[in-house]
Design a protein around this ligand. Sequence first.
Ligand SMILES: Cc1cc2nc3c(=O)[nH]c(=O)nc-3n(C[C@H](O)[C@H](O)[C@H](O)COP(=O)(O)O)c2cc1C
Length: 176
Amino acid sequence: MKVLVSYWTQTGNTKKVAEAIFEEIKGEKELKKLDEVESLEGYDLAFIGFPINAFGPAAPAKKFLEKNAKGKNIALFVTHAAPDKKEDFKGYGLDFEEFQGWLARCKEPAAGANLVGFFDCQGELSEQIANFLKKQEDPKLRTFGELRDKTLGQPDASRIERARIFAREILKKFRG
Ligand SMILES: Cc1cc2nc3c(=O)[nH]c(=O)nc-3n(C[C@H](O)[C@H](O)[C@H](O)COP(=O)(O)O)c2cc1C
């Protein structure tokens, strides 16, 4: 069985999750940036990761999945500045239900795939990105810019551990 772990990242958070997942895979495996992957042919299972950008999947990942995911065994992993625990949403001024919609949008480009799992966790909002978001016209994106302090240090060790558990569960499920 050949397993691919591939990710698109802007500031490194999704890469950290990708590396943790990769470490859990025994046997034939490859870790690649998404722009280094031409197709998913030849892989029995692919973990594909990306950040949420503007309430949905980052554009390069969306494009990649729309082109390549159909009929493939895929596990998605996603990082985002929004919290990953329902009880934390109030403190952020964000709506949990709306956030669920963003996660659903992340799955849409893989609609034709056999989606074997989905993982998400919070990732730090970089200073540069926070400043960029604070200047946007969309008030919701500006709200995000203000969230940086609450995201510092993410994904932390507990989230990386959750990613490892996710990987192990998927591999177990997939191998049967
Ligand atoms: C242009 C832009 C838009 C973003 N929009 C959202 C968003 O809608 N929701 C969210 O939770 N995080 C948003 N973020 C934050 C990133 O998803 C988060 O910091 C992520 O962990 C970055 O991953 P990376 O380090 O792998 O690039 C946005 C970041 C950027 C750069």
